[in-house]
Design a protein around this ligand. Structure first.
Ligand code: HEM
Length: 264
């Protein structure tokens, strides 16, 4: 059964010119080009708050993956057998109910959907944000149009992380750019990556971007999901800073260990 919102365009409580431009644009397009009534999902996706919700939910999904991935990476300190055995276990999870690698593929598909939705929503929100800014700010060296420190960090950080992800998959999943590139030998492949200067540089920059993105993103997500209250502000700051620090330090410990010879 298709679920529809009952409020129509003409039921709107306030005159359109009294509402912010972005909201009006979102609602005006909600009935679609064909004039048919939009579904709840359509309405939500077209609204600013809906896009923020999508960003928050997909952001939390990716954050949970990152925590698991960082913890899994720490197994490298227990030697090649344990690390490579863990990578093999990830592929056999759910057997015999699931076929070899099926669980991994489910995770990959969910992550891919999260990354794509997160990216599209971020791009559209930032375009709306720029379009809604009054023109009179445009001549001030453009700084007002680009938003504050947190906004700029999130935008550039997001672009850096998207580019990093492509490199990372070519490096350690498809092995296209990995100097060792042996399937089933992630330990040796990781050591080979951090045996190059560019590997350390790319991963170093990306891990700092991860930390900054998580730090600001967590607070934004809490606001979008309605979990941020004045009383929780300090706790949220602490959680965001703490998670960012733990993730960055945990991920960076691997290249550092290779550099000092603790992992070789
Ligand atoms: C020093 C940091 C990192 C190291 C050493 C590392 C290591 C690895 C390794 C060894 C794999 C292949 C696993 C396998 O084939 O079983 C992998 C896959 C992956 N990593 Fe990382 N990773 C790091 C950081 C990150 C970060 C920051 C992200 C996300 C922004 C990330 C996202 C992924 C994804 C999406 C995959 C693909 C999983 C798959 O093939 O199914 N990694 N990583």
């Amino acid at each position: 059964m298709e679920c529809r919102l009952s409020m129509s365009w003409t039921d709107a409580p306030a005159a359109p010119y009294l509402r912010p431009m972005a909201q009006v644009q979102a609602q005006a397009t909600a009935t679609g080009q064909s004039g048919r009534q939009a579904s709840t999902a359509d309405l939500l996706w077209r609204s600013t708050i809906g896009k923020k919700l999508v960003m928050a939910v997909t952001g939390v999904m990716m954050l949970l993956y990152l925590v698991g991935h960082m913890l899994g990476n720490l197994k490298i300190f227990f030697g090649p057998e344990e690390f490579n055995g863990y990578a093999h276990w990830l592929r056999t999870l759910g057997e015999p109910l699931l076929h070899y690698e099926w669980f991994l593929w489910l995770v990959r598909l969910a992550l891919l959907a999260a990354v794509v939705l997160h990216g599209i929503a971020a791009f559209q929100l930032s375009r709306r944000d720029l379009a809604a800014r009054p023109k009179r700010y445009a001549h001030r060296g453009g700084s007002a149009r680009r938003g504050g420190y947190a906004t700029r960090t999130m935008r550039w950080g997001g672009v850096i992380l998207a580019l990093f992800l492509v490199w990372h998959l070519l490096d350690l999943t498809t092995h296209t750019v990995n100097p060792n590139g042996e399937a089933g030998k992630p330990y040796e492949n990781v050591v080979a990556t951090f045996g190059t200067w560019y590997g350390n540089l790319i991963y170093g920059v990306a891990m700092i971007a991860v930390g900054l993105h998580v730090r600001h993103g967590l607070r934004s997500a809490a606001h979008s999901l309605g979990a941020a209250t004045a009383g929780r502000d300090r706790a949220l700051r602490f959680l965001g800073d703490g998670l960012a620090l733990v993730l960055t330090a945990g991920f960076l410990s691997v290249p550092l260990a290779v550099q000092i010879g603790a992992v070789s």
